[in-house]
Design a binder for this molecule. Structure first.
Ligand code: GAL
Length: 829
């Protein structure tokens, strides 16, 4: 009997092992690369954050990533979104992480799960829930029992969710790597010996979860084994893992940059981004991830900061709405195809480098079957003409030539053949003029005048400590009695507030005194305004507004928020200044604004139909006001945006769902922009910025899934500063024009992205010049009529492909000189 049982059991185990291994993938690594089922791999990955798009957008984003030549999708996991209150979890809708990973899986891609749970990511509070900070004796990211317990609880929860759905590669799923912590190496020294102990604990904790695939730690030199350390930055060619058995991996190649309110639009060229990637692979890299590949939108109040905008477009290869950001997407795609074709030599080949002088190096990767080469020119100004293996190559400054078989340049990072798409707002249909109703933010008078709140404390409190970040708004209110003999009494009295509020609005005795907003990163400032005080009781009401909690830096969780004081009344009497410090007074606090608490934005709210919204006297510059209008959704499938030009600052909802904070009245500074951007030389987040002196963000993404196609839709605005909603418009974004500057002996592909090409505005083969929109023919041109050829191939079609050659466009009639011939095209969509 015993014997029989044993046999059955072992048969069962054999079957499990057999079927298990048939499905499962073994992911491991050696000093050269990540290996999948024993094969070293080149992995091309891109970050897409699931809550920064809507779940209906995921399949398209992922398929465009795949089409762009990626094989892996990286995402962070956002703790504060998933556990908004302790032990109450939310994985619904756009937070459906399992569904996101399964969408990646069904596209046939791998995934990297960056659990963190500290993520930074320009996400509110770096991903940490604020309730965590408000637990007793709490200290983040160090040896602190409360913190470690919560971090372990959340990490385990995520790991178990993935395991239950068999999503790790070891179980047959797409997740090939997971990340614990994030860039702790950047801050570890601030935590002293505890920092080291903490990161060791992280490694042990992660390891104990037994996920069957390797763990990574980014920006963590000497990561505790077996964690693999990785690099983040604009360039990682110079990076060498401190552990010689770790492969050279790059978790964040920043494809552009994020925006702060008051900042300009960042722009990183396709040439420079491709250069950084090619350099990385030239210098032994094998895993590279774009951060971001699709940046998306900070819906609701998820933007971190402080001061991160609602758009998280990032100038990524896929734009905020999911359109191809061309030429970036296409120029990288070509590079990806080549790198993949070189996988074997890059991961198994012997490496030799040849110094060709003037910062030019050639690198040869060779196996018995195949050799692949790179020629990199890291000189920021000088182009190079080099002889390599008996052939001449022209390698422009700050570029890499890729020679898949070592004898012919198939690609150069500085020679872009992909079209540039100019995305415009569609003005085909005259946008509907909205009929607004409005109402004041109610009972503010009670707050402002009487100072009645939800809680009372002696002294000033830190905003997030009392709000738990349930709202951007916190009222600080106090009373002060002044009699005739009060030493501060004078003709010239002012209110002085030392503040860390991102925005501060001040009222004295029910009258608005003024506001101050943080500018130029001065988060700690002094507000002072002249006030009228009375003999007897004076009421002070200060509204502190936060615009995203800090997400980066050592001990960022305990950085001050709100009005930290001192708050003083100041009397100026000739040369003498007398101060009355109110900081230790009794203060009343009120969390949030009544309109929010009563969900004025919600269509379901019980109050919705009962409350009066007025059509009369629509105010155009009234603080603390609510506006509402019905509108028809723009037809079709193109992404929808709402133009909020004319408004001040606030939050906007579509059919009850918040699409984020808005602040179109905040312009960037006038200087620091350039017409033309030189891709050469090191990129930094300020380089090549554009839109100087313009609103940092004027257009806001309205996901299609928030709209009812038929029937009516409602937009609700809470206007905090005062603004005019009469200019608000819904539009779609489309490809308006496309331009290309393709090089001879290449193919050029042209497309208006799902719309037919309508006309050829310019076409010349030879040596044309100029910027898109103002191309001009040069001194030589092909014998055939280029515009006619392009019109025949392209007009009326969704896309067209042409060889850029003399055969196609005719030999050039005049001497084009030595310069290689190019085809410049501008098409109307
Ligand atoms: C990195 C961080 C990311 C993101 C990025 C900047 O340091 O790991 O989460 O914040 O910077 O966009």
């Amino acid at each position: 009997m015993k014997m029989k049982q044993f046999n059955l059991l072992s048969l069962f185990l054999i079957l499990i092992t057999f079927f298990g291994s048939a499905n499962s993938t073994i992911v491991s690594h050696d000093e050269r690369a990540i290996t999948i089922d024993g094969q070293r791999r080149i992995l091309l990955s891109g970050s897409i954050h699931y809550p920064r798009s809507t779940s209906d957008m995921w399949p398209d984003l992922i398929s465009k990533a795949k089409d762009g030549g990626l094989d892996t999708i990286e995402t962070y996991v956002f703790w504060n979104a998933h556990e908004p209150s302790r032990r109450q979890y939310d994985f619904s809708g756009n937070l459906d992480l399992v569904r996101f990973i399964k969408t990646i899986q069904s596209a046939g891609l791998y995934s990297v799960l960056r659990i963190g749970p500290y993520v930074c990511a320009e996400w509110n509070y770096g991903g940490f829930p604020v309730w965590l900070h408000n637990m007793p004796d709490m200290k983040f990211r160090t040896i602190n029992p409360g913190f470690m317990n919560e971090m372990q609880n959340f990490t385990t929860k995520i790991v178990n969710m993935m395991k239950e759905e068999s999503l790790f590669a070891s179980q047959g799923g797409p997740i090939i790597l997971a990340q614990i912590e994030n860039e702790y190496g950047n801050v570890i020294s601030s935590y002293g010996a505890e920092g080291k102990a903490y990161i060791d604990w992280c490694a042990n904790m992660a390891n104990s979860l037994d996920i069957g695939v390797p763990w990574i730690m980014c920006q963590q030199p000497h990561a505790p084994q077996p964690m693999i350390e990785t690099c983040n930055g604009f360039y990682c060619d110079q990076y060498k893992p401190s552990n010689p058995s770790s492969p050279k991996m790059w978790t964040e190649n920043w494809t552009g940059w994020f925006k702060n309110w008051g900042g300009k639009h960042p722009y990183r060229t396709a040439e420079d981004l491709a250069f950084s990637v090619a350099r990385f692979f030239q210098t032994g890299g094998t895993f590279q991830n774009y951060y971001m590949y699709h940046g998306g939108t900070n819906f609701g109040r998820v933007a971190g900061g402080p001061y991160i905008t609602t758009s998280y477009d990032y100038d990524a290869p896929l734009d905020e709405y999911g359109n191809l950001n061309q030429p970036k997407w296409g120029h990288l795609k070509q590079l990806h195809t080549l790198l993949k074709s070189m996988e074997k030599p890059l991961t198994y080949g012997n490496i030799s480098t040849i110094d060709l002088g003037n910062s030019v190096t050639a690198t040869v990767y060779s196996t018995n079957e195949k050799s692949s080469c790179f020629i990199g020119n890291v000189n920021a100004t000088a182009d190079a003409l080099v002889n390599f293996k008996g052939k001449d190559y022209n390698v422009p400054a700050w570029s890499v030539s890729v020679l898949p078989d070592c004898d012919k340049e198939a690609y150069n990072t500085a020679r872009v053949n992909t079209q540039t798409s100019i995305i415009t707002e569609d003005s085909c249909d005259e946008p509907e003029k909205l009929k607004w109703t409005w109402r004041p933010e109610f009972t503010t008078q009670k707050t402002i005048l009487k100072g009645s709140g939800d809680l009372i404390a002696k002294g000033l409190v830190d905003q997030k400590d009392v709000t738990n970040d349930a709202s951007d708004y916190l009222w600080y209110m106090t009373r002060v009695h002044l009699d005739k003999k009060d030493p501060i009494w004078s003709r010239n009295m002012s209110l002085r507030v030392h503040s860390n509020a991102h925005v501060l609005h001040a009222y004295v005795n029910g009258k608005y005194v003024g506001n101050q907003i943080v500018r130029d990163n001065k988060f700690d400032y002094r507000f002072e305004k002249k006030v009228n005080l009375v003999h007897g009781t004076n009421h002070l009401a200060l509204l502190s507004v936060s615009v995203g909690l800090q997400n980066y830096g050592p001990f960022f969780e305990s950085g001050p928020t709100g009005i930290n004081g001192p708050v003083k009344l100041v009397g100026y009497k000739g040369d003498e200044t007398v101060e009355k410090d109110l900081s230790k007074h009794q203060w009343d606090y009120k969390i949030g604004l009544n309109g929010f608490n009563n969900k004025l934005f919600s269509l379901k709210s019980a109050n919705h139909h009962q409350l009066k919204w007025s059509t009369e006297k629509l105010p155009a510059d009234r603080m603390l006001s609510w506006y509402k209008a019905n509108f028809k959704a723009p037809l079709g499938k193109d992404p929808v945006i709402v133009d909020l030009n004319g408004l001040g600052k606030g939050e906007v909802w579509i059919n009850g769902q918040s699409i984020g904070r808005y602040w179109p009245s905040f312009n960037s500074s006038e200087d620091g922009c350039t017409e033309e951007c030189d891709y050469r030389g090191e990129y930094g987040s300020d380089k090549c910025a554009f839109m100087c002196g313009k609103p940092t963000q004027r257009w806001y993404h309205v996901p299609r899934s928030f709209l009812n196609d038929k029937g009516h839709n409602t937009i609700t605005l809470f206007e905090e500063m005062g603004g005019d909603p009469s200019m608000v418009k819904f539009k779609t974004v489309v490809t308006g024009r496309v331009c290309a500057k393709a090089h001879e002996h290449n193919k050029v592909e042209l497309s208006c992205n799902n719309r037919p090409i309508s006309a050829v505005k310019f076409a010349s083969f030879g040596n044309p010049s100029g910027l898109c929109g103002s191309f001009a023919a040069g001194t030589c041109e092909g014998a055939k009529d280029a515009a006619k050829i392009v019109a025949k191939e392209c007009v009326g079609k969704l896309n067209c492909t042409m060889n850029v050659s003399s055969h196609k466009f005719g030999s050039t009639n005049l001497d084009c000189g030595d310069s290689p011939k190019r085809l410049f095209v501008e098409l109307e969509c």
